[in-house]
Design a binder for this molecule. Structure first.
Ligand code: HEM
Length: 557
């Protein structure tokens, strides 16, 4: 009884303190109990996978999963120390967390027993706010993502999943187009950095040394990196149509993990208002840009144009329009498949990389030395040779370390036919999740004496052959999957890697830094400790630091 009273008091506290994910759960509790009863009354003689313990059956794990993923992951980490699969029920539905190379291989395998469309539908519905009629178009397409439509589906029916996948693969994942995106990003990022630094200098009150100014790392990257990435993917015109786009996006980013659950609108008007402020604006952009672009003109096949940006965005926008989706649905795609996909992970990951580099001045010096070999002067411009840059051993090692430690995504699949995993037969309707945070922090895989897996160590993936540094990732691909895997693997992964390396390289070589101190983000006051992963982002995306860094900075070129 005490436990129940405590739980009720906790519920009240969470609601009063506006913990949104907690409140979603409260709205679902009635349904949950009904489902729990139904599950209890359906006996099974199947060998059950081990289940995560819980204080209040069918309730506690669900509560914790939805309100405190950080603690939930810490508990499952312990359970998975002795086994490679652990189950729990969420809203009555069986969920399984998987780890170990064989299980991860099964998870990413192309198999008729495993699907992933359900979860993309959830994102299209809740995060993008697509209209129900448009969501139904995707939901009714059962033809799959393979070139041949799945057996039993009409040959001539519109293939939404396959078309989308083909377009993403062709215009994002192939070398020509990811290189083109990276080249454009480099140009815009350099321009945005110059503009940011110039405006800091112009507003600086410290005139004793006119070349030095002070700044914080998080706002720097949220402004310059995000703007350069959007300009590269979607062009310049979007900022004409929506001048305060960045502000709308970062405001929406804060509620992403809440809106993903589709909480009741009447309980969460603020969350939906932020989503509408963002996706409503991107809908306006989509309509205006598709109308403005000259579809018969010379820009149609260019790698970049000012109105619709990259070739990917041009083709994708045309496809969305040709599918007859409403402007609001198209705006949801422009916001989420475009701006969220391109920024929500890369910006926090780079924020960590830059902080590690500045706080370890020796690392900064070594990176600068290495990166110097990839700097070229061309037509009076300083730029990086991409091919050379992405092969630098220390830079690659830093990239893998920040991705390993700062990407926390529960990659998700659904069992659609009975599936054997780790000796257990899982029923259709079960949800499988591979949390990166468990595999990426596995001490047995990543740990080295003096450098535990949980610690950033720039050299973890560098080995020396006859004194020459060579990049060699310590873990296997089944231990490291920040981009997911298999047929649904992130189509933006090649560009993301180039973008992250370019950002680190540009900031390492372009400025001189002096560390000033850590900053408490909420109050803006000095903090007495360095950052840790912000627990609010666990399991959902790139995890930003929970403290900012203040530095003095001087431009070198
Ligand atoms: C550090 C950066 C990034 C990380 C960690 C990341 C991670 C992921 C993950 C885990 C998935 C799901 C894969 C699966 O289910 O197996 C995904 C999907 C996706 N990503 Fe990324 N991503 C990143 C950057 C990007 C960028 C830069 C773009 C665009 C240029 C992008 C576009 C997408 C798209 C469009 C999908 C959905 C694909 C589909 O529906 O099949 N991502 N990403």
């Amino acid at each position: 009884m005490y436990a129940l009273n405590e739980a009720v008091a906790n519920v009240r506290h969470q609601i009063e303190s506006h913990d949104t994910r907690f409140t979603i759960l409260v709205g679902s509790l009635g349904l949950l109990f009904l489902l729990a009863l139904a599950l209890r009354s359906s006996p099974t003689n199947q060998k059950q996978a081990p289940m995560l313990s819980e204080t209040i059956p069918y309730v506690s794990n669900t509560l914790q999963y939805m309100t405190n993923m950080n603690t939930f992951l810490a508990r499952t980490k312990k359970a998975l120390a002795k086994r490679n699969i652990v189950g729990f029920r969420l809203g009555g539905r069986p969920f399984y967390f998987l780890t170990s190379p064989p299980n991860i291989q099964t998870f990413f395998r192309t198999s008729p027993a495993i699907g992933f469309e359900t979860f993309i539908l959830v994102a299209i519905t809740n995060m993008m706010g697509a209209t129900p009629k448009d969501v139904a178009k995707f939901a009714h397409d059962k033809s799959g993502r393979q070139p041949n439509p799945a057996p039993g589906t009409a040959e001539d029916a519109k293939r939404y999943w396959f078309d989308m996948q083909t377009m993403m693969h062709k215009y994002l994942s192939t070398t020509h187009y990811s290189d083109a995106l990276a080249r454009t990003y480099q140009r815009f990022f350099n321009r945005e950095l110059d503009a940011y630094y110039d405006s800091l200098l112009a507003n600086s009150s410290a005139k004793d040394d006119p070349e030095w100014t002070e700044m914080r790392i998080i706002p720097l990257l949220k402004a310059t990196m995000a703007k350069a990435a959007i300009l590269s993917l979607q062009g310049e015109y979007i900022f004409e149509v929506v001048p305060d786009l960045l502000d709308r996006f970062w405001d929406y980013d804060k509620v992403l993990s809440t809106i993903l659950y589709g909480p009741p609108k009447w309980l969460f008007p603020g969350v939906y208002a932020k989503a509408e402020r963002f996706c409503g604006a991107t809908a306006k952009f989509h309509q205006a840009a598709v109308a403005k672009f000259d579809w018969e003109g010379p820009d149609r096949e260019k790698d970049w144009d000012p109105v619709l940006g990259s070739r990917f965005w041009r083709e994708f926008s045309r496809w969305l329009t040709d599918c007859g989706f409403t402007p609001r649905t198209c705006g949801g795609f422009a916001g989420v498949t475009g701006i969220v996909a391109i920024n929500a992970n890369t910006v926090p990951v780079c924020t960590w990389a830059i902080m590690e580099m500045i706080r370890g001045q020796e690392l900064l010096t070594r990176l600068r030395d290495e990166i110097a070999g990839a700097l070229v002067e061309e037509d009076g411009e300083t730029r990086f040779d991409l091919q050379r840059l992405v092969n630098l051993p220390l830079l690659q090692s830093v990239y893998v370390e920040v991705m390993r430690l700062r990407v926390s995504i529960n990659v998700t699949r659904e069992v659609v036919q009975p599936l054997e995993v780790d000796g257990y037969l899982l029923k259709p309707g079960s949800v499988l999740q591979a949390p990166t945070e468990i595999s990426h922090y596995d001490e047995a895989v990543w740990g080295v004496e003096g450098h535990p897996a949980a610690e950033f160590w720039a050299e973890r993936h560098v080995k020396y052959v006859d004194g020459v540094p060579v990049f060699e990732m310590r873990g296997r691909p089944t231990d490291f999957f920040p981009y997911g895997g298999g047929v649904a693997i992130c189509p933006g992964r090649h560009f993301a890697k180039q973008e992250i390396m370019l950002t680190i390289a540009m900031l390492a070589s372009k400025f001189e830094y002096e560390f000033v101190g850590w900053v408490d983000i909420a109050s803006g006051r000095p903090s007495d400790r360095p950052p840790i992963n912000d627990p609010k982002y666990a399991g959902a995306a790139g995890v930003p630091p929970d403290r900012d860094m203040r530095v003095r900075v001087k431009r070198l070129w």
